[in-house]
Design a protein around this ligand. Structure first.
Ligand SMILES: [Zn+2]
Length: 283
C-alpha cells in the first residue's frame, strides 16, 4: 500500500514552508517484529511518518523513534538495502528489520559485514548477576560495576563485544555496532533471553569460566588447593579448577548441582518468545 503523503507543518521551525531554504524531507518508516518493542504502543506495527528539516542519515531517523541502531540488521529504502549513513530523501519508504528476523535475506544485504557469531559481551553496570550467569555458562562477559558509559562504549567498540544494557541511549552511540537492549529485568530471565536472542544454546560451556572475574578456569590438583578448601570438601571431591585471575577454587558441590539442574532446564526447555505478534498488522 503506498504511504500517505506527508502532512506539512511548520510547527518545528515556526517558519512558513516558503521561507525554509531546503524543503523538509518526508519519509515513512516501518519497523518489523521485535523492533516494535521500542515504539510507543500507538506506533507499533504501523507505517510512521517523519519529517526532516535538516539532512539526516537513516540511522538518525531510526533512532529518532527510540530504536537503537544496534538492534537493526537490515534496512530497505524503497526496496533497496542501504547502510546506516544513507541520507533520508523526500518520499523514501524505509523498512527496518531486526537482527535475526526470520526474513530470507542474502548475507550481503545486511548492514553488518559479519554475522553476530563468536560472541563476547560487555555488560552495563547494573547487570552483575547476568554477567555471573553468562560466565557460568562459559561466555566471555566483561563486567565492572564502576564502568562509565564512555568506557562501556569504548570496550564494546574496540573489542567488538556485544553491549548488553537496559539503557537504549547507550546503544545509540555510533561507535557501538553490536548491542542488545534487554527486555527482562530479572537476571535469570535475562540469561534465557540472551541465549534465545543470540541462539547460544549449543555454544554453552558450563563451569569453564570464573563467575567472579571472567578468566578461564584451569584444572588443578587437589594437593595444590588444600590450603583453600575445607577438609570435608577435600574428602568429598576429586576434581578442582582454579581461576588464574583471582585465585578462586571451584569444585562440584551443592551449588554446582543446583546450577547444573537449572542449566539443563534452560537448554532442554527454551523459553518462549518474549511476545508474540499481537495482531495481523504484525510485520
Ligand atoms: Zn576469577
Amino acid at each position: 500500500m503506498p504511504a500517505r503523503p506527508c502532512k506539512w507543518s511548520n510547527r518545528f521551525t515556526g517558519a512558513t514552508i516558503d521561507s525554509v531554504e531546503r524543503p523538509p524531507a518526508c519519509a515513512t518508516f516501518r519497523f518489523y517484529a521485535e523492533l516494535n518493542d521500542h515504539l510507543a504502543p500507538e506506533q507499533r506495527y504501523r507505517t510512521l511518518e517523519r519529517r526532516f528539516f535538516v539532512a539526516a542519515t537513516v540511522k538518525d531517523g531510526i533512532e529518532s523513534f527510540g530504536v537503537p541502531h544496534t538492534e537493526v540488521e537490515l534496512i530497505l529504502i524503497n526496496g533497496d538495502s542501504v547502510d546506516f549513513d544513507r541520507l533520508v530523501r523526500d518520499g523514501d519508504r524505509i523498512a527496518v528489520y531486526p537482527v535475526f528476523e526470520s526474513l530470507d535475506v542474502r548475507q550481503e544485504l545486511r548492514v553488518r559485514p559479519e554475522p553476530l557469531r563468536n560472541l563476547t559481551f560487555v555488560l552495563d553496570v547494573h547487570l552483575g548477576k547476568l554477567a555471573g550467569y553468562l560466565r557460568m555458562l562459559g561466555f566471555d562477559a566483561d563486567y565492572r560495576n564502576s564502568a562509565t558509559d564512555p568506557e562501556l562504549v569504548r570496550i564494546a567498540s574496540e573489542e567488538q563485544r556485544v553491549l548488553l544494557t537496559r539503557d537504549r541511549g547507550l546503544l545509540m552511540h555510533a561507535a557501538v555496532t553490536r548491542g542488545y537492549w534487554l527486555r527482562h529485568t530479572e537476571s535469570r530471565r535475562q540469561v534465557a533471553e540472551v541465549l534465545r536472542r543470540f541462539d547460544l544454546a549449543s555454544a554453552t560451556r558450563p563451569f569453564t569460566r570464573c563467575m567472579a572475574c571472567n578468566a578461564v578456569l584451569q584444572p588443578v590438583d587437589r594437593s595444590a588447593v588444600l590450603d583453600r578448601i575445607s577438609p570435608r570438601t577435600a574428602l568429598l571431591h576429586e576434581t578442582f579448577r582454579k581461576c588464574p585471575g583471582c585465585g578462586r577454587v571451584y569444585w562440584q558441590g551443592s551449588h554446582y548441582r543446583r546450577m547444573s539442574q537449572w542449566i539443563q532446564q534452560l537448554l532442554d526447555d527454551p523459553p518462549p518468545p518474549l511476545r508474540r505478534p499481537i495482531d495481523n498488522h504484525a510485520g
